[in-house]
Design a protein around this ligand. Structure first.
Ligand code: C2E
Ligand code: MG
Ligand code: MG
Ligand code: MG
Length: 275
């Protein structure tokens, strides 16, 4: 590891880059075993009706308990996608979410990677995971950019899922500059207004963009969930614009299934099931 230049004298070895690559390789190795070691946990964040704060659904959010830290998905979902582990992770999160759904007492939404959605086994896997649970209790969230990247294929899969009674949410709505002409025909049930819009609502120029995006969503005739609502001021503005549902730290942080209903943690019935 002393090589500093190739035969042409061009530097090909960079210590810092090498360190980063080693760190990523180590992380990838650990991630390969994360599911089997039961390190992937699921938190639930509620979505509420703004005026009444009635809970309408729960979004499942994956966490990786890795060497005494809890890693947010932004740090490892991309690695899971590159290495193909995302299929195992996705199946695991879906299974946990569907198992937890009855005690959450509201429908559960699960995020789906574009790689999973376009996998031929995805639909049968989801149906198998549902088992006897009514399909209406499940929403699958797929990002707007993913749908636009492979429109025809995604539309076909989304239509199949909807025909089975599973709801579809368009995540990060507004972040992809998709045209109204394309959006209007998308087989989705709910639009999730991206957090970046909500955070801009406090500024005059930002507010106009949020207004236009919410108006676009309303023109499509779909319920809109605003993500990442952190302040009462943001909530009030969103309600005034006609947003139907809100999600964010103001109304509830991601939490464990046990805490979701305000229960005290207690021995889980599933401990006996799984042996
Ligand atoms: P997302 O689906 O848009 O999920 C919402 C994210 O916003 C979550 O981040 C949530 O914790 C965060 N959030 C909610 N309310 C607030 C708020 O008021 N303020 C701020 N600053 N943040 C808020 P999280 O859990 O870190 O997840 C990030 C992204 O990772 C998700 O974005 C989703 O795209 C992806 N993700 C999470 N779990 C999974 C999974 O099981 N599978 C896949 N494929 N992706 C996942
Ligand atoms: Mg989501
Ligand atoms: Mg989202
Ligand atoms: Mg988002």
């Amino acid at each position: 590891v002393e090589r500093a230049a190739d035969n042409d004298g061009v530097a090909v070895f960079d210590e810092q880059l090498a360190r980063q690559l080693r760190a990523r390789a180590a992380l990838t190795c650990d991630l390969l075993h994360a599911v089997e070691r039961d390190e992937i946990e699921v938190r639930y964040q509620q979505v509420v009706v703004p005026r009444t704060r009635t809970r309408v659904s729960a979004e499942a959010l994956a966490r990786w308990r890795h060497r005494d830290t809890v890693m947010p998905p932004s740090l490892w979902i991309p690695i899971a996608e590159r290495s193909g582990i995302i299929h195992d992770v996705g199946r695991h999160v879906l299974g946990v979410a569907l198992r937890d759904q009855p005690r959450l007492q509201v429908p559960v939404a699960v995020n789906v990677s574009p790689l999973e959605l376009t996998d031929p086994r995805f639909v049968p896997d989801v149906l198998a995971a549902l088992g006897d649970l009514p399909p209406r209790r499940l929403t699958l969230e797929i990002t707007e950019s993913a749908v636009m990247a492979d429109l025809d294929r995604c539309v076909a899969v989304l239509e199949e899922l909807r025909a089975r009674g599973i709801r579809i949410a368009l995540d990060d709505f507004g972040s992809s500059y998709s045209s109204l002409g394309v959006l209007v025909d998308l087989p989705v049930d709910v639009l999730k207004l991206d957090r970046s819009f909500v955070s801009r609502i406090d500024q005059a120029r930002g507010a106009a963009v949020v207004e236009a995006t919410v108006a676009l969503g309303r023109a499509l005739g779909k319920p809109i969930v605003a993500e990442g609502v952190e302040t009462e001021a943001q909530l009030a503005r969103l309600v005034a614009l006609g947003v139907d549902r809100v999600q964010g730290f103001l109304v509830g942080r991601p939490t464990t299934a046990d805490r979701f209903n305000g229960e005290r943690a207690c021995p889980r019935p599933r401990a006996a099931d799984t042996g």
